[in-house]
Design a protein around this ligand. Structure first.
Ligand SMILES: *[C@@H]1O[C@H](CO)[C@@H](O)[C@H](O)[C@H]1NC(C)=O
Ligand SMILES: *[C@@H]1O[C@H](CO)[C@@H](O)[C@H](O)[C@H]1NC(C)=O
Ligand SMILES: *[C@@H]1O[C@H](CO)[C@@H](O)[C@H](O)[C@H]1NC(C)=O
Length: 171
């Protein structure tokens, strides 16, 4: 009987240890998954924009695996300093040139995007509400955006700060 209960306890310990390891691994896996996507999408944003003043080229260096390394990047605010999950992108007035970076859609925890005073041209995407997700603040003022302001902007239900002045937009 004594031997039996010792065995039970031991089995239970092994079992609970294995379960804890499994949970840790699962947590780690989902963590790295979401983190990895923000890293990839920042890389895509960097690649989609011309950066003549080298702000991104000199600061957005992706040769690093430390969790939270993107939080040190120029203009990147994270939810937590040791987690690769972007809260805000503040890239105002650094001469960025190109079309609206569709890749911001991939940073699913992004709440604010400031691309004001750059040279963003072309139109605001027609599916802007899907790109912005839960974004609360969008500043695209003082760029070279043109064409009609998409009706879909009205679908961005969480947006409470929107600046589009100083562009060539209509509608
Ligand atoms: C990687 O990022 C961490 C956190 O920002 C930093 O402390 C470290 O110096 C970086 N390593 C390299 C090789 O850049
Ligand atoms: C925006 O909302 C309208 C009305 O609900 C809907 O018809 C339209 O498909 C939405 N646009 C997008 C891009 O989801
Ligand atoms: C928005 O539309 C563009 C082109 O029309 C497409 O490439 C992109 O994947 C779309 N983004 C989302 C989040 O639906």
């Amino acid at each position: 009987m004594a031997a039996f209960s010792v065995r039970m306890t031991w089995d239970f310990r092994v079992f609970s240890t294995l379960m804890s390891i499994l949970f840790l691994l699962l947590e780690r896996a989902s963590f790295t998954y979401s983190a990895q996507s923000d890293v990839d999408y920042l890389r895509a944003i960097k690649n989609s924009l011309e950066d003549p003043s080298n702000y991104l080229k000199s600061s957005w260096n992706f040769n690093n695996n430390t969790e939270g390394f993107i939080c040190e990047f120029y203009g990147v605010d994270c939810w937590k300093p040791d987690e690769n999950r972007v809260l805000n992108l503040r890239l105002s007035g650094i001469g960025l040139k190109g079309e609206f970076p569709l890749s911001v859609a991939g940073c699913s925890s992004l709440t604010g995007l400031d691309l004001s005073y750059n040279e963003i041209y072309g139109k605001i995407p027609n599916n802007i509400s899907r790109i912005l997700g839960f974004m609360t603040s969008l500043d695209l003022s003082s760029n070279q955006l043109s064409e009609k302001i998409p009706v879909d902007l009205a679908n961005c239900t969480y947006l409470n700060v929107l600046k589009l002045d100083n562009n060539q937009l209509t509608g």
